[in-house]
Ligand binder design. Structure first.
Ligand SMILES: [Cu+2]
Length: 139
């Protein structure tokens, strides 16, 4: 059997098998949205993890989130938090306590079905997270 056909067959079988299992080479994709809770600068964050290759929700993952300000290296010391899975497949919750508003780089460390590390830069206001502010904006 030609190699390419063999590969196509393997891929087809993976699809037939339903949830294509994550392989060691797979990467994760994260969508993060945070809402401020009553305490100032505390945020409830919802993180949706998917397998970047298959698009399937990433279930049973261990997710640890650290936070730092790109504009202020070494200035902050936010303790990484472990997210908890919700009942929605691939969805996780984490409560972050930041030290000021502005752009924060969230470092998402994923392990379990696959191992990956992603950095998401988001702008945090008193209300929640949004797209990062302009890169050159003074802090
Ligand atoms: Cu800062």
């Amino acid at each position: 059997m030609p190699r390419s056909l063999h590969f196509a067959l393997a891929a087809a079988l993976a699809v037939i098998a339903g949830a294509a299992p994550a392989t060691a080479a797979d990467r994760a994709r994260a969508a993060v949205a945070c809402k401020a809770v009553d305490e100032s600068l505390t945020y409830e964050c919802t993180i949706k993890l998917t397998n970047r290759r298959t698009g399937a929700p990433l279930e049973n993952a261990e997710l640890v989130i650290g936070a730092d300000m790109p504009s202020m290296p070494m200035a902050h010391n936010v303790k990484p938090v472990t997210a908890t899975a919700t009942t929605n497949p691939g969805e996780y919750l984490a409560r972050l306590s930041l030290e000021m508003t502005g752009d924060w780089a969230l470092r998402l460390s994923v392990s379990g079905p696959l191992k990956d590390q992603m950095v998401e830069v988001l702008n945090f206001t008193e209300k929640g997270s949004g797209p990062r502010a302009r890169r050159a904006r003074p802090h």
